[in-house]
Write a protein that binds this ligand. Structure first.
Ligand SMILES: [Zn+2]
Length: 287
């Protein structure tokens, strides 16, 4: 191809489209594309992901600012969707007014979930009481807006199961919409089944490639095909071969490979199932 062709934007987007149709399509259900590590090359990262078969990306808010940035990205790219929420690390800064602000952001047509929200008793960057309060306010909001939730739970599964059980029993929106996802799942199969029985999906990222995560293979094998999701949590948690560097959505196919191997099935099958699951949970067809 002549050198000049590479600077022709129409030709480039034509090629990206062609190539992305040739590979199995997968959905990155949890990325943080607004974050600073992507400031220098965000557009390239997004194009590279498409070339690697990542047909859809959900970029996740962790506070008001990042939620607004997520919405901007979703406005700019048709295949990117956004979520809004306060990460448990931010819980000590959350008050009712800010929850009202989340509600305003959540009105945007490309917002598909409230998250990420949750409990983190590993890092404990916010006091426990405030983490519970922020989580409860945001669960209420998700119910009011009839949106699914993206749950971050670190060393807090016992408490999280209790909070979610309570929430589900008091929900006012009792329709058939899916309830949410447990992101970066890292517990055992018993806990996973408890979440699944409550209606949650279970998402795995590239940390399953780490030597210390080998035990998760049995968990991955035990998840029903209709409840499994793929995610990167980029720029965090890169695959083993990129450790110490930035993670990005184009690496998601490495996770797909490991999940397929753990489930003793083909990557194509996992790609089809997880893509369907993501479309269902976040209701992407009707947005
Ligand atoms: Zn995250």
């Amino acid at each position: 191809m002549p050198e000049e062709a590479l600077s022709n934007p129409r030709l480039i987007s034509y090629l990206v489209e062609k190539l992305s149709n040739m590979v199995t399509s997968i959905v990155d259900t949890h990325a943080h594309l607004d974050m600073a590590p992507f400031d220098q090359d965000r557009n390239e990262v997004i194009s590279r992901a498409k070339l690697a078969g990542v047909s859809t990306i959900i970029t996740v808010g962790i506070d008001i600012g990042s939620s607004r940035q997520a919405v901007k990205l979703a406005d700019k790219y048709q295949h990117i969707w956004a979520t809004t929420g306060f990460h448990p690390h931010e819980a000590s800064r959350v008050n009712q007014e800010q929850i009202d602000e989340l509600a305003v952001i959540a009105n945007h047509p490309k917002i598909v979930a409230i998250g990420e929200i949750g409990l983190d008793f590993y890092r404990n960057r916010s006091p426990k009481e405030q983490q519970f309060q922020a989580l409860e306010w945001q669960l209420e909001l998700a119910d009011k807006l009839n949106l699914p939730v993206i749950i971050h739970s670190r060393q807090a599964d016992r408490e999280m199961l209790a909070v979610l059980r309570n929430w589900l029993s008091s929900r006012t929106q009792n329709n058939k919409k899916a309830v949410g996802v447990i992101h970066c799942f890292n517990s055992d199969l018993d806990i996973a089944k408890k979440y699944i029985n409550m209606g949650f999906y279970i998402a795995f990222g590239a940390y399953i490639s780490y030597p210390a995560s080998q035990h998760l293979r049995t968990v991955i094998r035990g998840i029903p095909p209709g409840r499994l999701l793929l995610e990167t949590d980029c720029p965090y948690l890169p695959p083993q071969q990129h450790r110490g560097k930035r993670n990005e959505p184009s690496y998601l196919s490495l996770t797909l490979g490991i999940v397929a191997e753990a489930r003793r099935t083909s990557p194509d099958k996992v790609a089809t199932e997880t893509t369907q699951n993501a479309y269902h949970l976040f209701d992407l067809n009707s947005h």
